[in-house]
Design a protein around this ligand. Structure first.
Ligand code: BES
Ligand code: MN
Ligand code: ZN
Length: 495
């Protein structure tokens, strides 16, 4: 979808549909809605009254204009109470409005910079982002492509003085949404196409387009670096593993160096500890963290943060076969630590452990954040819409929580209790890769913490929100693109 910005009254914009916001509990229509109502001879207020339109957040309805304004349709979205307006309400309203415009067959839509009071730049960001996210569809594998697609979106600011800020916010919102949808496409695509070699190829295209540094290590090179945990997970698969390292360097003096690691299991069968059928069904999504890394790295040059960012993905499948690792095997990590395999289905932490070692030894990162669909236990704890956050540094955790808040993604911090470390004890090796069932998300976090050493490190367990069974206000069921927007907000706020 093409995005543009215009200044002037919404009702004079020529588009197939214009989207206007209305607050709840106000006696009369105001601003753009009032002007459109007058142009339509009061038809808009009549429809709203007849439908008892309550203007609750993201409530949506529409009227056809019969040519009384340049636009063919007016889509009305609820904004809730004026005093309670948040950026999240704006996102949801824009998403609902754009979906309605699309379903009405509009090819072009104009969206008012919804709301007031909040800064114009963030409102424009939220409106654009919500619109693009809400209109997302995935039909790459369908014979029948939907012909209902909004091709151009104009963000309209009534006040010409605010135009620069609005253009700036809309641009950032567009980049954030595009990155999110890029991750969604990768995760929604099936594992027979999205294998480690494919992820490496995508990394290659991104590096070329965006001008990023790229190194891809194959099995032999990973062997040389001593990545025994990563290669252990890869041992059962016909698909060759790839260790992907993308880097973004800001112009000018080098600032802090952040490593962003994504779990890149392109399919998780569980390995010899095979998953039951229901549990395996969505496991093409086990590379959501890796998809987030690719999406983030691709967006960085356009956002130009001042930190140096290294994106790392240890990409492999987790498959059972005669060459697969066995329960009871002992593997050696890049830093020499030995791990006994208590369960081959706890593979993510193994691949991430070697990526953490790499981030420390090779990248010498000042700070590390990993994103992983790591544990079912985290979904049990926090449900489908919230990521678990773990960190060995509270300042880093607080910054990530603040970023998630402004991005509109749910993140909740969980503890790393020291006394649970004994859950990872092994009789034969330094650690076991699994503990007892209770507190499984924490045990996984504690395992990773051992490999982060003294670097400030945080871990986002995205097993719940990366892939959802129901439509959400900002997208259809399936891949959500979490936590791309949180991480972009985070990286943008780093000096
Ligand atoms: N990829 C799964 C975690 C997962 C489960 C993500 C459900 C999304 C939805 C991970 O590799 C896994 O299998 N974890 C095991 C760990 C257990 C064996 C300690 C789990 O959570 O059951
Ligand atoms: Mn697993
Ligand atoms: Zn997994």
């Amino acid at each position: 979808m093409k995005v543009g910005v215009a200044a002037g009254p919404l009702e004079s914009v020529k588009a197939d549909a214009i989207v206007v916001g209305v607050y709840a509990e106000e006696k009369r229509l105001r601003e753009a809605a009032a002007r459109i109502d007058r142009a339509l001879d009061g038809q808009l207020s009549e429809v709203l009254e007849a439908e008892r339109f309550a203007s609750k957040p993201a409530h949506v309805t529409h009227v056809h204009t019969g040519g009384r304004v340049p636009a063919g349709r007016v889509v009305v979205v609820g904004l809730g109470k004026r005093v309670e307006l948040t950026l999240e309400t704006i996102r949801h309203a824009a998403a609902a409005g754009l979906r309605r415009a699309r379903d009405l067959g509009a090819k072009s839509a104009a969206l008012e910079v919804l709301g007031d009071r909040l800064p114009a730049r963030s409102r424009a960001h939220a409106a654009t982002e919500g619109a693009l996210l809400g209109a997302y569809t995935f039909d790459r594998y369908k014979r029948e492509k939907t012909d209902k697609r909004v091709e151009s979106l104009t963000i309209v600011e009534p006040d010409a003085r605010g135009r620069r800020e609005v253009a700036d916010g809309a641009r950032t919102g567009e980049v954030f949404a595009e990155a999110t949808c890029f991750a969604r496409d990768l995760v929604n695509s099936p594992a027979n196409d999205v294998h480690p070699t494919y992820l490496a190829q995508v990394a290659g295209e991104i590096a070329k387009e965006a001008g990023l540094g790229l190194t891809v290590f194959d099995r032999a090179e990973c062997q040389k670096m001593g990545m025994g945990l990563f290669l252990g997970v890869a041992a059962g698969s016909e698909q060759p593993p790839k260790f992907i390292h993308l880097s973004y360097t800001p112009p000018g003096r080098r600032r802090r160096r952040v490593a962003v690691i994504g779990k890149g299991i392109t399919f998780d069968s569980g390995g010899l500890d095979l998953k039951p059928a229901e549990g395996m069904l969505r496991m093409k999504d086990d590379m959501s963290g890796g998809a987030a890394v690719l999406a983030i790295m691709r967006a960085l040059p356009r956002l130009a943060p001042t930190v140096e960012v290294h994106g790392l993905i240890a990409a492999t499948e987790n498959m059972p076969s005669g060459s697969a690792i066995r329960p009871g095997d002992v593997l050696r990590a890049m830093n020499g630590t030995t791990v006994e395999i208590g369960n081959t289905d706890a593979e993510g932490r193994l691949t991430l452990a070697d990526a953490l070692c790499y981030a420390r030894e090779k990248v010498r990162a000042d700070e590390i954040v990993d994103m992983a669909t790591l544990t079912g236990a985290c979904v049990v704890a926090l449900g489908p819409s919230c990521s678990g956050l773990f960190a060995n540094d509270q300042r880093l955790a607080d910054r990530l929580l603040a970023a998630a808040e402004s991005a509109g993604e749910r993140v909740w911090q969980l503890p790393l209790f020291d006394e649970y470390r004994e859950h990872l004890k092994s009789e034969v090796a330094d650690f076991n890769n699994v503990g007892p069932r209770g507190g499984g998300a924490i045990t996984a976090g504690l395992f990773l913490k051992e490999f982060a050493g003294d670097a400030p490190w945080a871990h986002l367990d995205i097993a719940g929100p990366a892939f959802v069974e129901k439509d959400t206000p900002t997208g259809p069921k399936g891949a959500t693109g979490a936590p791309v927007r949180t991480m972009l907000c985070y990286l943008m706020s780093q000096g």
